[in-house]
Design a binder for this molecule. Sequence first.
Ligand code: ATP
Ligand code: MG
Length: 260
Amino acid sequence: MPDRTSKPAFALSLQDVHKRFGSNAVLRGVSLQVAPGEVIAILGSSGSGKSTLLRCINHLEAIESGSIEIAGETLVQNDTGGQARYPDDRSVRRICARTGMVFQHFNLFPHMTVLQNLIEAPMTVKGLGRGEIVPKAEELLRKVGLQDKRDAYPGRLSGGQKQRVAIARALAMEPEIMLFDEPTSALDPELTGEVLRTVRQLAAEHMTMLVVTHEMAFAREVAHRVLFMDEGVIVEDRPARDFFASPQHPRAQAFLQHML
Ligand SMILES: Nc1ncnc2c1ncn2[C@@H]1O[C@H](COP(=O)(O)OP(=O)(O)OP(=O)(O)O)[C@@H](O)[C@H]1O
Ligand SMILES: [Mg+2]
């Protein structure tokens, strides 16, 4: 059993993670440690493995080798033969429920109201009663400024509103880590602003977050650390201030020049 008496030093820890799709080695030895409350921006060109990294952390993809620890619990580790081994499905689900993921395209349940979207997983996965979760869901909707959309269907919401519902839905599971995969890249600039405000608010509340983003101004302002990925490897992992002041890796330099 995990030791729950002491808080783990890391919210997230990855050691030498490898992931391939067929002959395409997409993550080639990724190691990473994230302290509780840290906000990390993940940058890198298209195809460098950013989404795959997040998807391996919450087990939408399985890794071939390496280890991943979430809030002190082992999601996966190598066996003696150096192959990644996961525990039983129930344990995997429980450990992954400690992370919440927000996608570029919202992924809300279209046939459910906003409120139903928020309470579905806490009821079915965590077994919470309606009476317990509804007030909490309403509070989360207030927090993202959408209390008046409680009974609306996602089809009636703007992209920015949908994304704020998706964030509230992830928060309803009380995750210890939030993973964002380009949460604003499907949005117009004015809608981007309202979503980034919500993410900024979570940062101020010391939520641990990994944010894949192309919003450089946002990354510079909110992230404590920047990871720059290139071809399946983290080639820079530095305080955001240092990274933006003087990127070291040639690919990072070229990337920033292009973005700014
Ligand atoms: N399900 C999959 N099956 C096969 N190949 C995949 C799959 N998902 C990703 N890949 C491949 O893995 C590599 C990394 O993809 P990934 O989506 O992680 O990149 P990314 O850094 O998120 O890129 P982008 O900035 O375009 O979102 C790419 O070569 C991609 O084609
Ligand atoms: Mg991606």
